[in-house]
Design a binder for this molecule. Structure first.
Ligand code: FMN
Length: 324
């Protein structure tokens, strides 16, 4: 997610789950080919398994960017066909590519020929006036035939005319049943569901019918939910017991960043969602918002913020406890 899942965020999320696949922010193929690569797509070995998401619509350029990404060690290269922002439309990529499955297929074929790692696609169920069922099914047929290893479907349309990118993540209605129907038509091709999955229970409910689930906002805004991913979805041990342990482990990563001259806030901005519902969580966020942003702020600020959070129970108030 752009501006959210940068490498610092991913390093933190990897502390919470060893097994979930992490995705980069979308990076345009042009930026990968011509831009400051290390800064844009460099990542830490601890992030594996990690996928690089590319934006673009030129097969040769995307193939070159995919090759560069694979050279950096990414485990998967994903092509964005779901982003609705104006900037992206003017570059003729993102969700508007739902209208051009033939071109997307050329892009996928070129990328798949350039790398050994899986090339996947993330899409919507349609855009604007498109009828989702035929649009999505035709799109899926094309990209599968071109060699896409999996399709991630954000189960709502993008309305390119008249909705902001933010509204496009909540206003067009979700249609999970359509994604389930797509899966029934592709028994041996991985289909992953995304969109509106608020927690792990909601996500898990789809796993008997689909190959995977992708969580966006819920994982970012409530990162502690990721601690349950390994035990509940992968049958492995939880890497940490709670948010306190996760922050303790993250301190080492943050310390290395501070030594390189990065700012505390670059890291702590991804930690605001922790401890929701616990007494002291508001004070914790306030310290992060007011103190961690200051130039020269060090680990002591983060420690102070965490100290304000109660280590007791999950912080249910009496009303909630009574309803439960
Ligand atoms: C701040 C933000 C940035 C996003 N950036 C990207 C992006 O770079 N690439 C992408 O495929 N989707 C992006 N998305 C969309 C999410 O990946 C996801 O498809 C969408 O939010 C619906 O899933 P969710 O309800 O689990 O969040 C972004 C969403 C948000 C909130």
């Amino acid at each position: 997610m752009m501006d959210w899942t940068d490498r610092r965020c991913r390093a933190f999320h990897r502390i919470l789950t060893r097994r979930a696949r992490l995705y980069t922010e979308m990076v345009t193929a042009d930026a990968v080919v011509f831009g400051p690569r290390d800064r844009l797509i460099g990542f830490d070995a601890s992030e594996h398994p990690v996928a690089l998401q590319l934006g673009g619509a030129e097969p040769a350029r995307l193939a070159e960017a995919a090759r560069i990404g694979a050279g950096f060690g990414y485990d998967e290269i994903n092509l964005n066909c779901g982003c609705p922002s104006d900037r992206v439309q003017s570059g003729r990529f993102g969700a508007c590519l739902m209208r051009e499955p033939g071109l997307v297929a050329e892009c996928v074929a070129a990328m798949a020929a350039a790398v050994d790692v899986p090339v996947t696609v993330k899409c919507r169920i349609g855009v604007d006036e498109q009828e989702p069922q035929p649009a999505l099914f035709a799109f899926a047929d094309k990209v599968k035939a071109a060699g896409a290893a999996a399709l991630i479907v954000h189960a709502r349309k993008a309305w390119l005319e008249g909705l902001s990118p933010k509204d496009n993540r909540s206003i067009p209605p979700l249609d999970y049943a359509l994604v389930h129907a797509l899966k029934r038509a592709h028994a041996h091709w991985p289909i992953i569901l995304n969109g509106g999955l608020a927690d792990l229970d909601a996500a898990r409910a789809h796993l008997d019918q689909l190959d995977g689930v992708m969580l966006g906002r819920a994982a970012y805004q409530n990162p502690e939910l990721l601690i349950r991913v390994d035990p509940e979805l992968f049958d492995g041990p939880a890497p940490v017991a709670d948010g306190f342990e996760a922050i303790e482990a993250f301190m080492t990563v943050v310390a290395r960043g501070l030594e390189r001259g990065e700012r505390l806030h670059d890291y702590t901005r991804h930690l605001h969602g922790l401890f929701a519902g616990r007494p002291g969580a508001r004070a914790y966020r306030q310290v992060l918002a007011t103190e961690a942003v200051k130039r020269g702020a060090g680990l002591g600020v983060l420690r102070e913020a965490v100290r304000l959070v109660s280590r007791g129970g999950a912080g249910l108030d009496f009303k909630q406890a009574a309803v439960a």
